[in-house]
Design a protein around this ligand. Structure first.
Ligand code: AMP
Length: 598
């Protein structure tokens, strides 16, 4: 059966490697290319300035670090740009290049264009990081239908369809991130009881530890630091990664790199033996950090180790014997390894994608939020002035979608407005949390019931947070949707990014042309007639205006906000009806009011 919106694929957008998979004839399968299942998450420009991705890009990392980018996932959610050749790109733009390649892989393998995906993210990705991933998808022409946490995806692969009650620990140690979740399955429903993780801990860190160890020893011997030259450092890093992988099966490894440096006009070779014991001593503190997170996750889930039924290992770094040994010692049981730890997450995402598509496979998923969300409140006065505190509304590990509300009071009866400052984090002190948005609500004064304010948080499955503040006595209310507030792109910037990537994609010999992608496919033509993407293309200015209006509305109050809201609703209806004349009229009105308000 073919869904008229086209197939949905599951994507593991990893720090080191990415994988795309889909359910075909009831079986989750990896969609590879020329026998390769993993796509190294590396993008680069070749000597002619053309875009290259995957293995070819990874191979040039050492030789051309200025033209090659790896591990971009670590920067998702930050505003920091990275240079590729003579241009600077945002992290979503770079991730879009990887996603575009995966989308092409999937379109080729399935024989039809793919425009929708379930993308996995570490359970600990915050709203900024998820938003950046949605933007990467959009730039690559993929609608992100849903995020699922990586450990949750792995559970789906192992236990889809099981009806027994089970409590499973998923330990995911990949290239760039570490994540542990306690998951409960019961009567076909999967619920994440707790999640802990570290978005900056992975196999890459182990490579760097080994690199420092080797470089220090080399420096002692030759008084020359191999880390100073960028391309030598990359070359050594790759050699260290290979050595690390060998040490998972061998007791010792010899690193041999000829002509790695030059001193006094003489070439220097690196020849060094590293034993597994030496390597284990280096990495033990990091492995212990992961074990502490596991203990915390078990505690957060209000369980004991003995209540866990299964231990699922995910990610390439779980092949390290020390990791397995420590887990066996802690949990007194053998971990499950039936599915390749590199592919489990993508396969689970494919299972979830098939479920969204209406195919009945496996259990229902209940996801959780990885962070606490709340607002800033006044707690009294201290010597240094007013004392503010963080008041949580949605607690970490709450199942999604989540809707919670709390009641607050104004400071005094004559207060005319109240600021709702939305924060994300786990600390009582305001400054130690992350500010994710704020807005003002105008109040009617007079005390009594009027001093009561209700703040409601609605967190959707895709991580969009709606915050509504209401004065129940008068009905005065205002809402803020954080998705827009978190966006890294303004509408014009996104158009610019799309155009820029479009020309890079065109230059790439690896990627399918857009027309090629859509050629002769029924649903693609259907989409052109009815789909969102085509409506977006038909009324790009109106859609850009809508986004701008939503951002502006979040920062104004009273009549202006209401007027903008009314016009936004009317414009959306006109867009749905594809009523060109009304779209034009309403766009002009909305444009006028935005101009006036700003
Ligand atoms: P992933 O993000 O799951 O693709 O994991 C990639 C990470 O796993 C990289 O840091 C690899 O170096 C590491 N890795 C892959 N295979 C092994 C192995 N046999 N032993 C140790 N680390 C490995």
């Amino acid at each position: 059966m073919v869904n008229e919106d086209g197939p949905i694929v599951g994507i593991d957008l990893g720090t080191t490697n990415s994988v795309v998979a889909a359910v075909i004839d009831g079986q989750a399968q990896v969609l590879g290319e020329e026998g390769e299942k993993l796509l190294p998450s590396v993008v680069a420009l070749d000597q002619q300035g053309r875009l290259i991705t995957g293995i070819v890009a990874r191979n040039q990392l050492a030789a051309f670090p200025d033209r090659t980018i790896a591990s971009i996932k670590r920067r998702m959610g930050s505003m920091e740009k990275v240079s590729l050749g003579d241009q600077a790109f945002t992290p979503p733009e770079i991730s879009a290049m990887i996603l575009r390649r995966l989308r092409d892989r999937a379109s080729r393998a399935l024989g039809q264009p793919v425009a929708r995906a379930v993308i996995t993210v570490p359970a600990f990705f915050d709203e900024h990081q998820r938003q950046a991933t949605i933007e990467a998808g959009e730039l690559a022409g993929l609608k992100v239908e849903r995020f699922i946490n990586e450990p949750t995806a792995a559970t789906l692969v192992y236990h889809a369809g099981s009806h027994d009650r089970k409590q499973i620990l998923v330990y995911d140690f990949g290239g760039g991130t570490f994540d542990v979740s306690i998951v409960r399955m019961e009567r076909g429903v999967i619920e994440v009881l707790s999640s802990k993780g570290d978005t900056h801990l992975g196999g890459d860190d182990l490579d760097r530890l080994l690199l420092d160890y080797v470089a220090d020893k080399f420096q002692e011997e030759h008084t020359l630091d191999l880390r100073e030259n960028t391309s030598t450092r990359y070359r050594l890093l790759q050699a260290c990664e290979q050595a690390k992988i060998h040490l998972s099966t061998e007791e010792s490894v010899q690193l041999t790199e000829e002509f790695i440096a030059e001193k006094d006009g003489q070439p220097l070779n690196l020849v060094m033996t590293v034993t597994r014991a030496e390597f284990e001593e280096l990495i033990a503190p990091l492995v212990e950090r992961t074990i502490s997170s596991v203990d915390e996750a078990v505690r957060d889930a209000a369980l004991t180790i003995h209540q866990l039924d299964d231990l699922v290992l995910v990610g390439g770094s779980t092949r390290i014997p020390l990791v397995e040994k420590r887990l066996r010692e802690e949990f007194l049981r053998e971990p499950s390894r039936a599915v390749d730890p590199d592919l489990a997450v993508a396969l689970g995402a494919a299972v979830q994608a098939a479920m969204i598509d209406g195919q009945s496979i496996g259990p229902v998923l209940v996801d959780i939020t990885g962070h606490t969300l709340g607002i800033e409140v006044f707690e009294g006065f201290s010597f240094s002035g007013p004392k503010l505190a963080f008041s949580p509304i949605i607690h970490r590990n709450s199942p999604l979608p989540a809707r919670y509300e709390d009641a607050y009071r104004t400071l005094h009866d004559e207060q005319e407005r109240v600021e709702i400052h939305v924060l994300q984090g786990e600390h009582a002190e305001v400054e130690r949390n992350r500010s994710i948005g704020k807005f003002l609500l105008d109040l009617e004064t007079g005390g009594g019931d009027r001093s009561k304010i209700i703040v409601r948080f609605d967190l959707s499955l895709d991580g969009t947070l709606s915050v509504t503040a209401t004065q129940p006595a008068t009905g005065a209310s205002k809402e803020l949707t954080i998705k827009n507030a978190l966006s890294q792109f303004q509408a014009e910037e996104r158009d610019h990014a799309q155009a820029r990537l479009g020309s890079l994609f065109e230059s790439s010999a690896e990627l399918l042309e857009d027309e090629e992608l859509a050629a002769n496919h029924h649903w693609a033509r259907e989409d052109a007639a009815h789909g969102n993407a085509s409506r977006n293309a038909k009324f790009p200015a109106a859609y850009a205006l809508l986004e701008q209006a939503q951002r502006v509305r979040a920062s104004v109050s009273g009549e202006d906000a209401e007027e903008i809201q009314t016009l936004v609703e009317q414009l959306k209806q006109a867009l749905d009806a594809e009523d060109q004349a009304t779209v034009t009229r309403l766009s002009e009105e909305l444009d006028d009011i935005l101009f006036y308000v700003q």
